[in-house]
Design a protein around this ligand. Structure first.
Ligand SMILES: Cc1cc2nc3c(=O)[nH]c(=O)nc-3n(C[C@H](O)[C@H](O)[C@H](O)COP(=O)(O)OP(=O)(O)OC[C@H]3O[C@@H](n4cnc5c(N)ncnc54)[C@H](O)[C@@H]3O)c2cc1C
Ligand code: SF4
Ligand code: SF4
Length: 570
């Protein structure tokens, strides 16, 4: 009974280190790891010890006998990564190994304990904090503009992917370390500047993500009824800036432009059974709108053919095992044409699944749930409608043929773009802060910018999964620690108590770790009566009220903090 990795794998590689027989690949030292859609367990070599299960932060691994019906395709998917062999026969050792980033080792220093500010609290920030805090004495202060942490894990990951959100339990454990401090509801660039942070820290790691959507530049994109998939996802996930987003689901069809995983998330949620979503952490406003929804079909439209589908194979398996997904006759033909020529194994597996989908021309049963249509070779031309969206005009890619699809809501999902950070250089074309392995460099030279580092999407662009940010953050921390050990970082001039005072002067509503724990507990309590993991607050005011109810820290904690302050002053 081998173990199997399933859909929620976010490729952080933790299971690899737990496995006693090295049967999980690609491992972080193998070349395919950085771009892997997920990791795979070799069913021939797995000895079924279960060690990987507890190492996985998102509960993605289970023995094959315990999989749900929807997860069964993952048995074949794991096995297909490996060549067929007799039981017990090991794989030949991998010949080409990728460079392994050594663990950072902080050397004792005359400049006091290494103190680092991290901007943002998404996966990149939390993995960077984790790496730094493996070293004795290092201090980390995390600044997040929202009162609730964890970036896109809270505001992006779809509510029906609750196992993926389990990674927040790991982040909560990191945040409970003594040398870790949260400064939530504090925006860098608004409340504090880079120089303010540098005055109190040896270095600043910016892990502020890539929050801007790439825009589709066609006529009609400003009409009511147009928007972006990210805005919709943020509205679904109770992000306080999107609570009042006007979302009209009174029409029969929604079009999503682009076919990456986020487009699939949106289509799945818009077509899911609201009674099932009612047991997730979806926002109350989204749940009410979905209960009243008249949407019958979500069309996911892509400019290129099936071979170039942007979604990952695990997400396609997840979609087709939980929703009704169809293709038009022309798209079925395109899939067959691609199958005749494509040899790359992962793409072939996607095409094989697509070839089994139902036909869009078959009328959907009026009793059935709304369906999803994957549409290919459609290049967007313009949005139709006068007062609001009534549909979208495409040309069939590579021809003059015009196709119009009626719809009441058009959402774009064509990628993300980083946002410039005040006081730092920015590469507007790539949407990232220029950097060398995480060390920020000036735009016009390779010279480093004093004390500035980046990690996650603002460093490498909006690609990869939650776990991809782990090795990305490790590389950045390695650069930072090298600089600290070499003595090139300036010592902070302000004491920790002065930092507290400064933050409170600039943002009296700062939320600390105890405040976050109070928000967290209140949300979980609100969800309990309706069998939900949590019922999230949808406004900053509600969150601040909940944070204000945080109990005073216990005496031993206050004493320890005071002793630490006195040590700093000495
Ligand atoms: C809609 C969506 C769904 C996704 N679903 C999945 C999934 O199911 N599984 C998976 O593996 N990956 C998923 N991903 C990818 C994953 O979320 C990203 O890889 C990851 O979140 C990037 O991490 P990050 O820390 O760079 O950025 P983010 O997670 O965006 O975190 C950035 C943080 O910085 C804060 N911030 C920004 N500017 C400032 C400032 N000036 N001051 C203070 N704070 C600031 C933001 O509020 C935010 O909390 C999804 C991505 C999206 C967009
Ligand atoms: S069950 Fe044990 S042997 Fe199998 S993949 Fe997990 S850790 Fe490795
Ligand atoms: S999320 Fe990490 S630990 Fe879990 S299966 Fe994927 S790579 Fe392994």
């Amino acid at each position: 009974m081998p173990h199997v990795i399933t859909q929620s794998c976010c490729s952080d590689g933790s299971c690899v280190y737990a496995c006693p027989v090295n049967c999980i690949h690609p491992s972080p030292d193998e070349p395919g790891f950085a771009t892997a859609e997920m990791l795979y367990i070799d069913p021939v070599a797995c000895v079924d010890c279960g060690a990987c299960v507890s190492a996985c932060p998102v509960g993605a691994i289970a023995p094959d006998a315990r999989l749900t019906v929807e997860q069964l395709p993952f048995i074949a998917l794991n096995a297909s990564f490996y060549p067929d062999r007799p039981a017990g026969e090991k794989l030949p050792p991998t010949s080409k190994l990728a460079p392994v980033i050594p663990a950072p080792e902080v050397h004792a220093h005359h400049g006091g304990p290494l103190t680092v500010a991290i901007v943002g609290s998404g996966p990149a920030a939390m993995y960077a904090a984790d790496e730094l805090l493996t070293q004795q004495g290092v201090r980390v202060n995390v600044f997040e503009k929202l009162p609730a942490p964890y970036g896109l894990v809270r505001a992006g990951v779809a509510p029906d992917h609750q196992t993926t959100k389990r990674v927040t339990q790991l982040f909560d454990r990191i945040a409970r370390r003594r040398e870790f401090r949260f400064f939530l509801n504090v925006e860098i660039g608004k409340h504090l500047s880079h120089d303010d942070l540098l005055a109190h820290h040896h270095a600043v790691i910016y892990a502020s993500g890539a929050p801007n959507d790439r825009r589709l530049d066609i006529d009609g994109m400003d009409l009511p009824g147009t928007g972006t998939a990210t805005e919709l996802v943020a509205w679904i996930n109770s992000h306080p800036d999107f609570t009042d987003l006007p979302v009209d689901l009174s029409h029969e069809r929604v079009i999503v432009i682009g076919n990456g995983n986020v487009a699939l998330d949106v289509a799945r949620v818009l077509t899911a059974d609201p009674d099932e979503l009612a047991h997730t952490d979806i926002s109350d406003h989204a749940l009410s709108a979905l209960r009243a929804s008249r949407v019958q079909e979500v069309v996911i439209a892509a400019r290129r053919g099936p071979e170039h589908s942007a979604f990952t194979l695990p997400e396609l398996i997840g979609l087709t095992t939980t929703a009704e997904v169809v293709l038009s006759g022309a798209d079925h033909e395109a899939v067959l044409r691609d199958l005749a020529t494509v040899t790359e194994p992962l793409t072939r597996q996607k095409l094989e699944i697509l070839s089994t989908l139902g036909d869009a021309s078959t009328a959907a049963s009026p009793m059935a749930r709304p369906r999803i249509r994957l549409a290919y070779n459609l290049t967007p031309q313009r949005i139709s409608g006068q007062q609001r969206v009534t549909g979208m005009e495409f040309v069939v890619t590579g021809s003059d043929e015009v196709q119009t699809i009626e719809a009441g809501l058009v959402l774009t999902s064509i990628g993300y773009h980083g946002k410039a950070i005040k006081d730092l250089p920015f590469d507007d074309k790539a949407g990232v802060v220029p950097n060398d392995g995480g060390r920020v460099t000036h735009s016009d030279s390779d010279q480093p910018v004093d004390g500035a580092y980046v990690a996650g999407w603002i460093k490498r662009g909006p690609t990869g999964f939650i776990g991809t940010n782990k090795s990305c953050a490790l590389q950045t921390v390695q650069r930072l620690v090298d600089d600290y050990n070499a003595g090139t970082l300036r010592n902070p001039i302000g004491k920790p108590s002065a930092l507290d005072k400064l933050v409170r002067e600039r943002q009296s509503d700062v939320v600390n770790a105890a405040g976050w724990r109070a928000i967290d507990a209140a949300e979980v309590a609100r969800g309990e009566s309706s069998d939900r993991p949590r019922n999230k607050f949808t406004s900053v005011t509600e969150m601040l009220d909940a944070a204000a109810a945080a109990p005073t820290p216990p005496l031993h904690r206050r004493l320890a903090d005071r002793l630490r302050e006195l040590a700093d002053l000495a």
